[in-house]
Ligand binder design. Structure first.
Ligand code: ADP
Ligand code: MG
Ligand code: ZN
Length: 484
């Protein structure tokens, strides 16, 4: 949508995140993905009459950790509620969720905006709920079409994170989701795997005349399975709303589905209102109490979060904002970089090599960081050798290529491939003499007591020998020569 449009979009996102617990929210069935249908079930998650739910402590701890990472206030007492509706994959006839007393409220996420600024997107609430089962529609011919129900997912713990309608463009929605996912991944409470349904997003969107305060009627696009598609669905919806309103029509509040291959949305059902769910407090569960002590214990486990980590890494290692973004994309990457960066002669050099030489080659080879043939220790050695001028950037590229071809780490490949060293004192002395003769000013500085200039001469000799000079020998010979 062009910014000159007389309408302004308003977007609010509801994100469901599956928690990485081993067992379900209210029973001890396994949450493992991909098990044979209906193999991880018991009377509780099958919804058999008389079975009683027992809250999984790990669910609470993960949900509180996520809430704290999202700057929410965690309520001391929250209440589980039954959300009643009929669906074939919901044998109980209700979902255990939270309604008027959610676990946490009043959070926010900071996003980068298109104009280079920052914007704070409010988080209305974060609550705990259980997942429903899954209907599987099968059959090729109309005659054998059928729907089967798999209840393995029934009772799997989720958190739902509801944003304020603070998001103004599809790009901001994309950015919000990216930041949200990054934060959740850092906390380790979910793998946020969209293909496996561990992260699902419903997007609410409306438009209003620019400057108007009151919100327009919204449509909700359900269960879009990639951030890119959410952006596309929002772009489509905004255009559709404009067209409807411009032609004198009215937007109806409804739920819609996005079809990525056609790039358009379709109405699914007119939106049910909260009162249709007949929420009431879950009589089989006590109010959930998370006291200050427990909140503090959980808070102590909160890792440094991406935003703060980027700022610190920029300061600690002299990185640019771009470097910091790339190197904190995953916690694993940030941890790996930092394990080596503090030992590097020049951490910025290491950051550059990881970005220009390592990440691209990993992508091309379809490898994750943990499967990289070049370890961080290897990358560190390569950075230090480059920094010292022992290897040229051309040589570095060749060595990295060889590491990936042979699936061998950098130190091993370097050991085999490194240029034959010049360890002949006579030969080196000749070169040292030349370097000294060419730099009288630095010689003067050295003789005047500035001993650090020695590094300049080491560099000079390395350059003159294309990195082949034996560094130990150079360090031995140089002072003698300089003191002349
Ligand atoms: P519902 O009861 O239909 O689920 P909620 O008030 O709970 O609606 O809001 C659900 C999501 O929709 C929230 O993320 C909220 O920010 C967003 N939202 C609410 N009203 C609007 C609107 N008029 N336009 C766009 N988004 C909206
Ligand atoms: Mg809703
Ligand atoms: Zn169960």
């Amino acid at each position: 949508m062009s910014t000159t449009s007389k309408y302004e979009p308003v977007i609010g996102l509801e994100v469901h995140v599956q928690l990485l617990t081993r067992t379900k929210a209210f029973c001890s069935c396994s949450t493992e993905f991909g098990a044979p249908p209906n193999s991880n079930v018991c009377p509780v998650c099958l919804g058999l009459p008389g079975a009683l739910p027992v809250l999984n402590r790990q669910v609470v701890e993960f949900a509180v950790l996520a809430a704290q990472a999202l700057n929410c206030t965690v309520n001391e007492t929250s209440i589980f509620a039954r959300k009643n509706y009929f669906y074939p994959d919901l044998p109980k006839g209700y979902q255990i969720s939270q309604y008027d007393k959610p676990l946490a409220e009043f959070g926010h996420i900071e996003i980068d905006t298109a104009d280079g600024g920052k914007k704070r997107i409010g988080i209305t609430r974060l609550h705990v709920e259980e997942d429903a089962g899954k209907s599987m529609h099968e059959g090729v011919n109309a005659s054998d079409d059928r729907t089967s129900v798999d209840l393995n997912r029934s009772g799997v713990p989720l958190i739902e994170i509801v944003s304020e309608p603070d998001i103004s463009t599809p790009d901001e929605a994309y950015e919000y989701l990216t930041r949200l996912k990054e934060i959740i991944l850092y906390t380790g409470v979910s793998d946020c795997n969209m293909e496996e349904g561990s992260l699902r997003c419903d997007a609410n969107v409306s438009i209003r005349p620019r400057g108007q305060k009151e919100l327009g009627t919204k449509a909700e696009v359900k269960n879009v399975n990639s951030f890119r598609f959410i952006k596309q669905a929002l772009e489509y919806e905004i255009k559709r709303h404009e067209e409807v309103i411009e032609s004198g029509g009215k937007i109806v509040q409804e739920t819609r589905l996005y079809n990525p291959s056609e790039g358009r949305t379709y109405p699914m059902r007119t939106k049910e209102r909260a009162h249709d769910y007949r929420y009431f407090p879950e009589p089989d569960l006590l109010p959930l109490v998370v006291d200050q002590k427990w909140r503090d214990e959980i808070h102590a486990r909160l890792p440094e979060l991406p935003e703060a980590r980027r700022a610190r890494m920029m300061a600690d290692y002299g990185l640019t904002e771009g470097d910091a973004h790339t190197l904190t994309l995953t916690k694993a990457m940030a941890d790996a970089f930092e394990s080596a960066a503090h030992k590097a002669t020049n951490p910025k050099r290491l950051a550059n090599i990881i970005q220009t030489e390592l990440i691209g080659r990993l992508k091309a080879a379809g490898l994750e960081l943990e499967d990289s043939p070049i370890s961080m220790e290897g990358a560190l050695l390569s950075a230090d050798l480059t920094e010292a001028g022992t290897i040229s950037s051309k040589m570095l590229k060749d060595l990295y290529d060889k590491c990936f071809e042979r699936r061998e780490d950098f130190p091993a490949v370097y050991e085999k491939e490194k240029p034959q060293q010049i360890s002949d004192a006579g030969e080196l002395e000749k070169i040292i003499d030349e370097v000294i003769a060419a730099n009288p000013k630095q010689v003067e500085q050295y003789r005047a007591g500035k001993k650090t200039v020695i590094a300049f001469f080491v560099g000079g000799v390395m350059k003159a020998t294309k990195g082949k000079a034996n560094p130990a020998l150079v360090n031995e010979l140089l002072p003698k020569k300089l003191e002349g």
